[in-house]
Design a protein around this ligand. Sequence first.
Ligand code: UGA
Length: 363
Amino acid sequence: MNPRFDDSSFTVAIVGCGGFIGSHLLDAVLERTRWRVFGVDLDFYRLQHRLNHERCEFLCADLADPAVVERIAQFPLVVNLAAICTPSRYMGEACEVIRSNYDHPAALATACAKSGSWLVHFSTSEIYGKTAVESGELLEDSTPAVFGPVTASRWSYATAKLLAERFIAGLPGLRWTVVRPFNFVGPYMDFMPGVDGEGIPRVLANFSTALLRGEPLKLVNGGKAKRCFTSVHDAVDFLFALFDAGLGGSLGSGNETVPGAGVFSQAFNVGNPGNEVSVAELAQKMRAIFAKLRGVDVSSLPEPQSVSGEEYYGAGYDDSMRRMPSVAKAERLLGFRARIPLDTALEESLSWFVKHYDVAQTP
Ligand code: UGA
């Protein structure tokens, strides 16, 4: 184990600590290290079991507040997960989406550049833009980004995230690493509409909700788009490999005077290329898992239905048709490769969703 993980005087700031990825990261930090955690979010309902933990301090606040940004940047390691990241909001709330995905991260990056903190910034696989069905691997540093027209407001999020990446990479003196998640899934992902959130969550939570409510799964434009769904546990393992290297572990740059220099000023794709599936195939897999969990025949569940993207999400919706990550950089610099197969990740996510929401399914 990296001796830094044993350092009880070290504090990691996790911004977006109460969210899906943040809650898993918090658990892992408390289980795998002796670190303290400074957790910031607008709500902490996923963290009820951690609220009184002796190594945690939680702040209910927003990065819109400069005093909060300054406080976060006092910690040596800052992980920024805070973002509006559900596509159903990219059209109607474009300005808020841009503030949350560009203005706030840019302010935090500026404060970290001044304080000398290492900023691990969560970007998105969506910075590669409107990828076509025939797109190949999305290479970390060389695949061009092509977006839909300005009228397709779906791209408000991706353009803000891309600008944030450019800002971070251009900021003098900042020690940074960018992480681009490829459709992480697992327990605590998103919400159940009408129970603990409103609107349309991302596909896994949306399909899980429909299954629990006995409604047909909606396939946007026939469900032809493909994604590589990646277990959140692999994502957390990636972060620990990154921390290990950046804080002077065995997998650093080999440059002894600058521990882990190989992982600074780098953007990593974090995804599982072996888990590619179309959304229509995902629907069939989830129906089969749900039928098994309930002990019923899959034919008793409603058949999926196709809907147009604009009809479902509203004007300005557009889509990426394939998102296949190159994970070569994570392998080369960290020796990391995602391991959890699709079926295992889906079974875990859906079983959790069913157990967690079954009694609460009525809005
Ligand atoms: C979203 C975010 O915009 C990304 O930034 C984020 O990184 C990504 O999720 C992620 O989870 O990593 P997207 O993959 O388009 O991007 O999100 P989903 O809403 O989960 O949609 C996936 C696909 O399923 C899309 O083609 C969508 O049209 C389709 N879909 C979604 C359905 O067919 N039915 C639904 O009920 C929901």
